[in-house]
Design a protein around this ligand. Structure first.
Ligand SMILES: NC(=O)c1ccc[n+]([C@@H]2O[C@H](COP(=O)([O-])OP(=O)(O)OC[C@H]3O[C@@H](n4cnc5c(N)ncnc54)[C@H](O)[C@@H]3O)[C@@H](O)[C@H]2O)c1
Length: 436
């Protein structure tokens, strides 16, 4: 099939590359020309494991092309995936201006049947607004459908997740749209991955409900972690004990410095607002958000308890990305923690395997904040090491060497990367989350 993807970010590029890998001809429309130039050279503008290989494979086969021209994209195929951003507005609601723009420009440029598929995360009933917008801006009486096909990929394993989904959710209103979507996903449904067909409103809601639920699990276990700290229990074992229960599951019961990223914070906010606007009091989610926001303050407190004051302290930071295997720092806890350390007078040396370039754009290097190219360099002479992202590279670090390099052997681990007993054996003063 021919497929058009509008928006060449994390979701759009993975969607485009994977649909091309599955045997389709794909065009990705991205409005930032520099990104398109890099993509045409086979370079991914983002770090996502396996993505660059698929981009190159598509380019070499000629089944994947890139353009800045939305007219070219609209003419290319009958199926148009909307993969643009839906950031938060100041009141927490989703800013749908990019989605509206795509609907408008598609309508202006279409002269045959099109199926517009919302892959961006949007509030329930956005499909009605997309439909209304297309109708308004159509130049002639061209038939079209709007479908919802929310994306559940996780950054860091996005390619794998797209090709091995827990489920594919498709919300459609017409038989024609259903058939197109079924055909497109046939290579995956043939392998046994479940496809759930719903109406568009239900599909839209499934996405916000899923992300909000996962965020709730994280906040829940973080409160359990606080209780563990007061009682001598071990949150990792509590989570394991809970997780064996199939009704609960082990995933997302990870205590730490809270969730971040481009999805959970904004999606929880949007879901609260959607409910509020319809008179539904979803106060449970407000608590989820409040608990999450407090995690960073609690972590800073923990650091201060460990080193007393931060003024003039040499602090090593391992991890800036909001989670491992990505260069994404959107809403990462590090964005709040690092400036707080600097504000308190600390001298910070930070290292992240992939996210430093993005972080540097927000916090320019200076006397109080230096970026280094290696995890061992970061800890040289440090009086405390803070772990903010659970990169595998950190878990595998030679901690004996780290202890030798540090001025004082103090580690405050916001992601429970190490075994406390092992750290004690090596001679560290080790603080983690919710563990004795
Ligand atoms: N990142 C994730 O892990 C993830 C997972 C599931 C769902 N989502 C949802 O998918 C959507 C996209 O997220 P993302 O992380 O890929 O965002 P992103 O910011 O990485 O990418 C969006 C891209 O769209 C481009 N764009 C905007 N308007 C355009 C237009 N008119 N024409 C062409 N390109 C345009 C932007 O330049 C940008 O490159 C959001 O709604 C998000 O909530 C994201």
């Amino acid at each position: 099939m021919r497929v058009t993807v509008i928006g060449g970010g994390y979701v759009g590029l993975v969607t485009g590359a994977c649909f091309s890998h599955l045997g389709n001809e794909v065009i990705v429309v991205e409005k930032v020309p520099e990104k398109v130039e890099r993509l045409k050279r086979g370079e991914s503008p983002i770090y996502e494991p396996g993505l660059e290989d698929l981009l190159r494979e598509g380019l070499e086969r000629g089944s994947l092309t890139f353009t800045t021209d939305i007219r070219e994209g609209v003419n290319f195929s009958d199926v148009i995936f909307i993969c643009v951003g839906t950031p938060s507005r100041p009141d927490g609601s989703a800013d749908l201006s990019q989605v509206e723009e795509v609907a408008r420009l598609t309508a202006r440029n279409m002269n045959s049947y099109k199926l517009l598929v919302e892959k961006s995360t949007v509030p329930v009933n956005t499909h009605q607004l997309v439909k209304k917008t297309v109708q308004r801006y159509l130049r002639s009486d061209v038939p079209f459908d709007v479908a919802s096909n929310p994306e559940f990929l996780r950054e860091g394993s996005a390619v794998y997740d797209f090709l091995n989904p827990d489920r594919i959710v498709v919300g459609v209103e017409s038989e024609r749209a259903r058939r197109i979507m079924e055909e497109l996903y046939k290579p995956l449904t043939d392998k046994g991955f479940p496809l759930l067909i719903t109406d568009p409103a239900t599909a839209e809601l499934i996405k916000h409900a899923s992300n909000s639920f996962l965020a709730m699990k994280i906040s829940f276990i973080n409160m359990v972690a606080d209780l563990c700290e007061k009682t001598g229990a071990d949150v990792e074992l509590v989570a394991e004990g809970m997780g064996y229960d199939k009704r609960i599951g082990r995933e997302f019961l990870r205590a730490g410095i809270g969730y971040g990223g481009s999805c959970f914070p904004k999606d929880v906010k949007a879901f609260i607002k959607i409910a509020e606007d319809r008179g539904v009091d979803f106060s449970l989610l407000k608590e989820v958000e409040r608990i999450n926001s407090k995690r960073v303050e609690k972590f800073i407190e923990k650091v201060k308890n460990a080193v007393w004051t931060l003024k003039d302290k040499k602090v090593a930071v391992w991890g800036l990305a909001f989670k491992p295997n990505t260069d994404d720092i959107r809403e990462a806890p590090s964005l709040r923690i690092v400036p707080e350390l600097v504000k308190e007078g600390a001298k910070v040396r930070a290292y992240d395997p992939k996210a430093m370039e993005n972080f540097k754009r927000v916090f320019v290097e200076g006397e109080d904040l230096i970026y280094v190219g290696d995890k061992y360099e970061a800890v040289e002479d440090a009086e405390v090491l803070l772990i903010l992202t659970e990169w595998d590279e950190f878990a595998k670090a030679d901690m004996e060497k780290v202890k030798e390099l540090m001025a004082l052997p103090i580690v405050v681990d916001g992601r429970n990367v190490f075994d406390p007993r092992r750290m004690e054996e090596i001679g560290f003063e080790y603080y983690s989350i919710g563990r004795p």
